[in-house]
Design a protein around this ligand. Sequence first.
Ligand code: NAD
Length: 250
Amino acid sequence: MKLKDQVAIVTGAASGIGAATARLFAAEGAKIALVDLDEAGLAKVATEIGGDTLTVTADVSSDEQARAGVARIMDKWGRIDVLVTAAGASLGGTVDRIDEATWDRTFAINVKGTFLWVHHAIQPMIAAKSGAIVTLGSQLAQSSLGNNVAYIASKGAIASFTKTVAVDHARQGIRVNALMPGVIDTPMPARSLKRQADPEAARALWKTRHPMGRIGQPEEVAKAALFLASSDSSFTTGTLLFVDGGWTAH
Ligand code: NAD
């Protein structure tokens, strides 16, 4: 088992990529703190996983809730080995049409939420001189499909954030890497399809953008998260790992 007895926090664990990551990490022996706004979704995933889990219902954009969540995890297990920041929101829209609230909410969840959980969870990692952090960017930060300006800008910010945190903390034994997925089959792109004028055309475009001819599954991203979280990637930090069926190479 690749994460035996390690303590892993997964934000956004109630759905999609976060839930798949939590399931895989638990199967690899980790004790999991599942963090999400969605209390019912968290309870469902925790029941599926069984074993040693802790659910933390929290809005990742709240400093107070992040601080309290990390304190609860430290009280229960006394260490944090891995953090995966998968909580995210994609609200859609072009720059001429979105409003300030859409921009601010997107950045609050995707960027500030990542910052806050890294900020609080990295403190015990620094003390232990060991840790692995995996953030969630997006392939869209590299080549935009359009009509989602706040989300795509926020994912560009995650890529830069990840690289600089990796540089700052490399000598403290902490590795920090970002996953950059293509379109993955979760509720997030399903919601985005509903916003499109022509959902079938959008779905067809997604397929052609991935040279493998299909979108990805959350379990395929979870396997890449496991690589970055475990000692299999012991000399890898500051990397943006594209899990995108070849889209970036296309
Ligand atoms: P999802 O919608 O299935 O899951 C996102 C989770 O984040 C949900 O459980 C939701 O409740 C939680 N969340 C949202 N706002 C929150 C908040 N303020 N506080 C706490 N939890 C909150 O989406 P997903 O596809 O699993 O996405 C996971 C991550 O992967 C996101 O960061 C997303 O941007 C990124 N990503 C997804 C895709 C994709 O195509 N699905 C592609 C690239 C990157």
